[in-house]
Write a protein that binds this ligand. Structure first.
Ligand SMILES: C[S@@+](CC[C@H](N)C(=O)[O-])C[C@H]1O[C@@H](n2cnc3c(N)ncnc32)[C@H](O)[C@@H]1O
Length: 369
């Protein structure tokens, strides 16, 4: 049973989450103001907050906030010990908001996966996955991706020597497939157009063995600053950063061997890890983001060299942001040919229940000639 202090802290965090805030951000603020909380207490509070949003539609609306957190934890425990105790029909109507059924298929296995604790994936430096798993004492490699390690321990990864010396990045398995789908070669010139904090840039840089150049652009300079710190830790130098707001005014006249558009999206693919977002994301978000995604693709398309490869990735599974964007882009660009992604179809969905990771959509094209 959770103790009263955990329930109180969790209820306080939940009450304080603002409309445009993520639960993990609210938790971070809560902990920053309460340095006396130890690692175990913080873990228990975090689990309670996440369980609350995972089981929200099952909770008694009129119960006190603490009682509702307690109910969520009890439901979560019941599900953990016997997943079949929660019927697939109940999951279909309660685990996700109603509007989602109009945007994507909802297989029972997917809905069940949404209610499980998410796996934590690391990306080791090239060829070092086994060594990393061994040195962390709590990691498993996988045949699915060469450098991926599923972390199964509880230590604070940011405090490990391996993290400080750049031996790994925390990167979801589905995101690692995006880098692998790009398949950049040493010496090439790539553009990571929505580079953010550099998760994919660093992967591309590693795959290029630090040779060639990656233009890493984003509209948010703070994110690019984080990218630079991460690149320094990983000792990766084959990149340059520039601000780009996604408009038709491009940051460079360079023509690229490859372009990655890891576009802003509704994040439906992260709903297992981030259950609060199930209730804060709206159909309007999906509509607006789909328009932004298509505009980003249209704007970068002219920067691809003949023979160059364009990759579109979004960590969402809604039709509007995935196949609809990719199909509209294909129709508008006869000079670009859809290409297989990871030797599969040109439009690839990665499902959380198949990978034990985030959901992701990847599409690819190459410029003729
Ligand atoms: C999915 S995130 C990128 C994550 C990053 N590639 C990584 O692997 O860590 C999308 C990024 O697009 C940026 N973005 C959002 N709208 C944009 C726009 N209109 N133009 C350019 N970048 C934009 C955001 O700042 C955000 O960093």
């Amino acid at each position: 049973m959770p103790d009263q202090a955990t329930l109180n802290h969790a209820a306080q965090v939940i009450a304080g989450i603002s409309a445009d805030q993520r639960a993990d951000t609210a938790l971070r603020f809560h902990f920053e103001g309460r340095r006396y909380l130890g690692a175990r207490e913080k873990r228990a509070i975090t689990q309670a907050v996440f369980a609350y949003f995972r089981w929200l539609s099952w909770l008694e609306p009129k119960a006190s906030p603490q009682k509702r957190v307690e109910q969520a934890l009890a439901l979560h425990e019941r599900f953990r010990t016997d997943e079949k105790a929660v019927k697939a029909e109940a999951l279909a109507v309660r685990a996700v908001p109603d509007w989602v059924a109009g945007e994507m298929d909802l297989p029972a296995d997917y809905l069940r996966q949404l209610q499980r604790e998410p796996a934590l994936w690391l990306r080791a430096r090239p060829g070092r996955a086994h060594a990393l798993a061994k040195s962390l004492f709590a990691g498993e490699t996988t045949k699915l991706a060469p450098d991926a390690v599923r972390f199964t321990g509880t230590q604070d990864l940011f405090k490990t020597e391996q993290f400080k010396t750049g031996e790994f990045e925390i990167q979801d398995l589905a995101s690692q497939f995006v880098g692998l789908a790009c398949n950049p070669q040493p010496g090439q010139t790539w553009w990571d157009a929505c580079a953010g904090e550099g998760g994919k840039t660093l992967h591309l840089a590693d795959l290029m063995f630090n040779k060639g150049v990656i233009w890493a652009t984003d509209r948010n300079f703070k994110r690019l600053d984080t990218l630079k710190r991460r690149a320094a830790r990983a000792k990766l130098f084959n990149y340059r950063t520039a601000l780009w707001d996604g408009s038709a005014k491009l940051p460079t006249k360079t023509k690229f061997d490859g372009i990655l558009v890891d576009a802003p999206c509704s994040g439906v693919g992260t709903w297992q890890r981030n259950p609060h977002a199930r209730w804060s994301t709206t159909p309007d978000d999906v509509r607006e983001l789909a328009a932004t995604q298509l505009a980003l693709l249209n704007h970068v398309a002219g920067s691809l060299k003949p023979g160059g490869r364009l990759i579109y990735a979004v960590c969402t599974l809604t039709r509007s942001e995935t196949t609809a964007v990719a199909d509209a882009f294909t129709a508008a660009h006869p000079g670009l040919t859809p290409e297989p992604v990871l030797e599969k179809s040109p439009q690839l969905f990665l499902w959380p229940h198949e990978l034990n990771a985030n959901g992701m959509f990847i599409a690819a094209w190459s410029r003729q000639g």
